[in-house]
Write a protein that binds this ligand. Sequence first.
Ligand code: ATP
Length: 199
Amino acid sequence: MYLKSIEMQGFKSFANKILLEFHDGITGIVGPNGSGKSNVGDAVRWVLGEQSAKQLRGGNMQDVIFSGTETRKPLGFASVAITLDNSDHQLNIDFEEVTVTRRLYRSGESEYLLNGRNCRLKDINELFYDTGIGKEGYSIIGQGQIDKILNGKPEERRELFDEAAGIVKFKRRKAATLKKLDEEQQNLVRVTDILSELT
Ligand code: ATP
């Protein structure tokens, strides 16, 4: 699996629709200060479901929408789509190519799409569990993040190893099952109470 392309429109400094294509090997993005290099990384983080405006270096989520320049009006929406090659089927989905899209409108409306179909953020998160990709994955290492990892709490570091070892999805499933079990136990107590009132 590898990142084939990023398509952006109205995202931060990228007002016009732009397509960045990646090929085999290492790609470097170079440019003067403030030209938008880090915005490319922010776009990948955002499309994978980042919910924290701070992580995207903004005050609120609307800050990712192109806010205009002296010569250009602000835009009404931001859109980012990343396409991954999935010919090795590392992602558990029956497609050779996977495109994840996120859109946000100034009105606050937002949407996620998986291969062009509307989906929930939960679907995207589940697709990328244990791949190292995803907003909490280790595939995007931002400035200062290495220090944060080295100086972080042991539990936070553990999360990174869990992701690399591929056990996050099992941990999430276990937590969901335990929650269900707890709800069922409470239902059982209620039924027992009703039964004892009736007998
Ligand atoms: P450096 O080399 O200094 O780290 P960089 O190339 O990584 O810089 P970025 O931080 O990616 O640059 O981009 C910063 C630029 O993006 C700034 O010029 C800023 O005005 C612009 N920018 C950020 N958000 C928006 C937005 N919503 N609308 C328009 N421009 C934006």
